[in-house]
Ligand binder design. Structure first.
Ligand SMILES: CC(=O)N[C@H]1[C@@H](OP(=O)(O)OP(=O)(O)OC[C@H]2O[C@@H](n3ccc(=O)[nH]c3=O)[C@H](O)[C@@H]2O)O[C@H](CO)[C@@H](O)[C@@H]1O[C@H](C)C(=O)N[C@@H](C)C(=O)N[C@H](CCC(=O)O)C(=O)O
Length: 509
């Protein structure tokens, strides 16, 4: 639906609702209207309001003339710029992105029931599960997160886990127009910190777990924690579902000012995991809650999903979905792309492709690979680390990798950093390890070599990139090349371990 343009005076009125200081209008007659809020001059369309955001590498104020050339109707600034365009000067442009993004998207969040999901790991899977649960309960639910945005069988790509506020509101509008009544939003700590979700009100928010990550951005673990905890403030969410199997979850549950449903395996859990088992065909768990015991089956593979499944169950209950509908929803959700994606098997080695990029997630992924290996089987790990990001994690990743039987050190996108230096830092954690460590700098070659070396009972675990399909080795995004770990693994499996049927077909052709 194309929204009507919004009068300049209304934009000004909404801007004044944001606390923090004076709003000054420079130019722009009362009959001026704007259509859409944009933060990137390269994405400006005629009639848009261009928000000049000061960033880490650039300053939107410097791109005002490019925005004007592209047809922007007005500017949102925190200092006046030399331009013929009318300007709205505010104390903080970032603080306005939520309220004005909402206004210019027709306030879609007001018509949607929202669920937010945060946690160091498990956000994407839990979002997909919750969406499945809500749809099984009879709703049409949109979802936005690391894998992009989806509603009613349609999808859109996004660059960030939680998009900048104007894009987020536009996506919510798109979902609403497609018939959604609810939306599940993945909330990254960086987004919470930068205010991308300010102004959104969640019916329920979910916490899937916490470990050290994104310290390049947050500085300290405490600040990282505080950013995540922000999602659970009383003004932002109505209820919380918290996985309490580790101290950070218990801390959140204890300090939250909203009603909390505790999820875990301990006796204090409101939704309790009473037992579980996982294998190559999926995961089964027994959950106990105030309505009794429930058997849950899911095609998702790996013990790491036990908490995600239980959290989705609990959230479904908080939102009033009956237990049989929740169970049906969880059973119907296919594994999200690159989250323990399992290939091979049936007499061939298995390959697991996973997004694990933190030490604890890697340890869990290796444990899952061990669960999936056959008698006497070995785990071959293909490991790298992304360049120019969270360097402090590398030694911990190396340490976690010691649990594998063999490690293939490789590239994960160096982003301009020296790839050999990245591998050297991973090696520090692996020092003295019994695991055989080989270095194959080219990622495609490393995956292929690991698959070739694997026996029928073995598992090759490829971690770090999961669903990602672009690999970047310079600082210029235009240099990114296509590389899909699952695609490479499937090719290597077919080449090194063809199924009997494949050979027959080859001979016949
Ligand atoms: C730390 C952070 O959130 N950075 C985001 C932020 O960057 P920034 O404020 O430093 O922007 P900048 O590049 O300096 O540019 C300033 C402004 O000028 C604009 N500009 C720039 C160039 C130009 O030609 N024209 C123009 O208008 C930019 O669009 C921007 O509005 O605004 C940019 C524009 O929206 C984002 O692309 C950028 O995300 C960067 C790429 C990023 O990698 N962010 C990651 C760390 C992130 O946010 N990740 C989280 C967590 C994921 C997880 O949990 O795993 C996420 O939610 O995705």
């Amino acid at each position: 639906m194309r929204l009507p343009p919004v009068p300049w005076s209304e934009v000004e009125r909404r801007a004044r609702t944001v606390p923090g200081g004076p709003v000054a209008r420079v130019g722009g007659t009362d009959d001026l209207t704007v259509r859409g809020l944009v933060t990137d001059s390269r994405l400006v369309v005629p009639g848009a309001l261009f928000a000049c955001v000061r960033g880490a590498t650039s300053d939107g104020h410097r791109h005002a003339s490019a925005a004007a050339a592209a047809g922007a109707a007005g500017l949102l600034v925190d200092r006046p710029v030399a331009s013929t365009l009318p300007q709205l000067q505010v104390p903080s442009v970032r603080a306005q992105l939520g309220p004005l993004g909402a206004l210019l998207a027709g306030d879609p969040a007001a018509a949607l029931r929202l669920a937010g999901i945060t946690g160091s790991n498990g956000k994407t899977t839990t979002s997909a599960l919750l969406r499945g649960v809500l749809d099984a309960g009879g709703d049409c639910t949109g979802v936005v997160g690391t894998l992009g945005a989806e509603v009613g069988g349609r999808s859109r790509t996004t660059a960030l886990t939680t998009p900048e506020a104007p894009e987020l509101h536009q996506l919510l509008r798109w979902m609403l127009d497609a018939g959604a009544r609810r939306a599940v939003v993945e909330a990254s700590s960086i987004a919470l910190d930068m205010g991308r979700m300010d102004g959104l009100r969640f019916e329920v928010s979910v916490f899937t777990g916490f470990e050290e990550d994104h310290l390049d951005h947050h500085g300290t673990l405490e600040q990282y924690w505080a950013s995540k905890a922000r999602l659970f403030e009383a003004g932002r969410t109505g209820a919380a579902v918290v996985v309490v199997d580790e101290p950070w979850g218990r801390r959140l549950a204890d300090q939250a000012q909203v009603p909390v449903t505790r999820v875990g395996s301990g006796a204090d859990a409101d939704v309790r995991v009473l037992g579980w088992r996982t294998g190559s065909s999926g995961t089964e768990l027994l959950i106990g809650d105030d309505t009794g015991g429930h058997r849950v089956r899911s095609p998702l593979v790996g013990r790491v999903h036990v908490g995600n499944l239980a959290a989705a169950w609990a959230t479904g209950r908080v939102l009033g979905v009956p237990p049989d509908r929740i169970a049906a929803g969880l059973a119907a959700v296919a594994p999200p792309r690159g989250r323990n994606t399992v290939l091979g098997g049936s007499g061939r080695p298995r390959v697991v492709v996973d997004y694990a990029h933190t030490p604890r997630a890697l340890a869990a992924a290796i444990a899952t690979a061990q669960d999936l290996s056959g008698p006497g089987g070995r785990v071959h790990l293909v490991l790298g680390a992304r360049g120019r990001r969270d360097r402090y994690k590398r030694q911990g990743l190396g340490e976690a990798a010691r649990a594998a039987d063999g490690v293939w050190l490789t590239n994960e996108g160096s982003h301009g950093e020296d790839p050999a230096a990245i591998r050297a830092e991973l090696r520090v954690g692996l020092l003295g390890s019994a695991a055989g460590v080989r270095t194959v700098p080219d990622r495609r070659a490393a995956i292929t070599a690991a698959v070739r070396a694997a026996g029928p009972a073995d598992v090759v675990l490829v971690v770090g990139r999961g669903h990602e399909t672009r690999l970047l080795d310079t600082t210029d995004p235009r240099d990114a090349v296509h590389l899909d770990d699952a695609e490479v693994a499937a090719e290597a499996l077919d080449e090194a371990h063809p199924q009997p049927g494949d050979r027959l077909r080859e001979r016949a052709s």
